[in-house]
Design a protein around this ligand. Structure first.
Ligand SMILES: [Zn+2]
Length: 351
C-alpha cells in the first residue's frame, strides 16, 4: 500500500513544518497515489486553516514512522505511553493506545496529537490492511483523543461517551492554546478534535464481524465521560484512565465516584487489564492496587485538612505533605497531587 504525505507548514510560523500522513490518499500503487494526492491535500488543507501545504509525496507502508506496538492477546495490539506529563520530548505520546482486529479494526484511544495518531495508523497498517471501522475514545483528555481525526479520515466511526462532546467543547479553546505550548508547535501541527459520530449513553455492543466489543459508560469518576471497552473473545478490559499506574492519577471528575467505581469489579471474567497509563496487568487487585492506595490516601488527607479547619490555600500544601509517603512509583507526583488536593477539597468540603 502507498500513503500520501503532505509537507505542511504553520501559517503563522512558516518555518515550522511537519509531514502529515493523509489516509484518504491510500492507494494500491504509487502512480494512483501521486495522481489523486494533490486534490486530496488541497481539500485537507482547506479544512485545516492553521497550515499551508507545500508539496506531496507517496511512500510505502514500510517507510512510515510508526509507534511501537505489541500483540498482548490474539488480535489485540498495545502501545504503552510514556509515564510523564506532556513535554516537547514526548510530543504528547503519554497515553496507552490499542487496536483490536476482527473482520475490521477498532482503535481504542488515538493519541495526543495528529502526529501520534498517524504513527498509530502506520503501526496498524504494518500489521493489517483491513478497514478501520471504529475509533473508540475512552474519555475526553487530549492525550487520548487528539489523534482521532486520522482514523475518521480513514473511514472509521468516532465512538465516545455521549457526555464527551460537551466536555471537550467547554475546554477546546484553552487546550488548543496550552497543548502546543506544552509539546511544541511542530509536534501539534494539524491536530484537531474529531467530531463524535456515535455517542454512547448505555451499554453498547460494537461488532467487528465475529468479534464483539462491549462498551460501558461509567458514572462520574476520573472524568464525567469515562467509557470502558471489553473484548469478549480474549477477556481484555480497556479501562482508559479509570486505571492509572506510573503516572500520578489526575482527578477531573469525582474522587468519591472514582473510589466507588474501583470498589466494583467491573468485569469479573476479565483476563487482561489495559490501563490508560502504565503496564498491562492480569489481575484486577494488581491492576488497581497502587491507584486505590493513592486515592484513599488523598481522601483521608483531605478529610483531615478539612476537619482541622484549614482553608484551601493551607490545605493544598498540607495534603501534598501528608501524601508524600505514597509518592513512590508515581511520576509528576507533587504537581498533580496539588491539583487533585484542590479538587478533593472542593468535593469533600460539603460532605
Ligand atoms: Zn485522563
Amino acid at each position: 500500500m502507498f500513503h500520501l504525505i503532505l509537507s505542511a507548514c504553520l501559517v503563522d510560523q512558516p518555518d515550522v513544518c511537519a509531514p502529515r500522513l493523509l489516509p484518504a490518499g491510500d492507494s494500491e500503487t504509487r502512480e494512483q497515489c501521486l495522481q489523486s494526492g494533490p486534490a486530496i491535500a488541497r481539500d485537507w488543507i482547506a479544512r485545516h486553516d492553521t497550515l499551508k501545504g507545500s508539496s506531496t509525496d507517496c511512500v510505502e507502508t514500510s517507510a512510515l514512522s510508526a509507534l511501537e506496538v505489541k500483540e498482548i492477546a490474539s488480535g489485540v495490539w498495545f502501545h504503552q505511553g510514556e509515564a510523564a506529563q506532556l513535554s516537547p520530548q514526548n510530543g504528547g505520546r503519554i497515553a496507552n493506545l490499542a487496536f483490536v482486529i476482527g473482520d475490521s479494526v477498532a482503535v481504542i484511544d488515538a493519541g495526543g496529537s495528529r502526529a501520534e495518531g498517524e504513527e498509530l495508523y502506520a503501526a496498524i497498517r504494518m500489521v493489517t490492511p483491513l478497514p478501520i471501522s471504529h475509533v473508540i475514545l475512552t474519555h475526553m483528555h487530549p492525550d487520548h483523543i487528539l489523534g482521532a481525526e486520522v482514523f475518521s479520515e480513514a473511514g472509521a466511526s468516532v465512538v465516545a461517551d455521549a457526555r464527551l462532546p460537551d466536555a471537550v467543547a467547554r475546554r477546546e479553546a484553552s487546550w488548543m492554546i496550552s497543548i502546543p505550548q506544552q509539546i511544541g508547535a511542530a509536534a501539534f501541527a494539524g491536530s484537531a478534535f474529531a467530531t463524535v459520530d456515535q455517542p454512547v449513553d448505555t451499554p453498547t455492543e460494537i461488532s467487528l464481524g465475529a468479534r464483539i466489543l462491549d462498551l460501558t459508560p461509567a458514572p462520574v469518576a476520573h472524568t464525567d465521560n469515562d467509557l470502558t471497552v471489553l473484548d469478549r473473545s480474549t477477556g481484555t478490559l480497556f479501562t482508559g484512565d479509570l486505571v492509572f499506574e506510573g503516572l500520578t492519577p489526575a482527578i477531573d471528575g469525582s474522587l468519591s465516584g472514582w473510589l466507588d467505581w474501583l470498589a466494583l469489579d467491573p468485569a469479573p471474567k476479565t483476563q487482561l487489564f489495559v490501563p490508560g497509563h502504565g503496564p498491562i496487568r492480569t489481575s484486577w487487585p494488581e491492576a488497581i492496587g497502587p491507584e486505590i492506595a493513592y486515592l484513599q490516601g488523598l481522601r483521608d488527607a483531605t478529610r483531615k485538612a478539612i476537619d482541622g479547619g484549614m482553608p484551601m490555600s493551607q490545605a493544598i500544601p498540607a495534603i501534598v505533605t501528608m501524601m508524600k509517603p505514597l509518592s513512590d512509583g508515581w511520576a509528576d507526583f507533587a504537581a498533580i497531587t496539588a491539583r487533585n488536593a484542590a479538587t478533593a477539597y472542593t468535593e469533600l468540603e460539603w460532605q
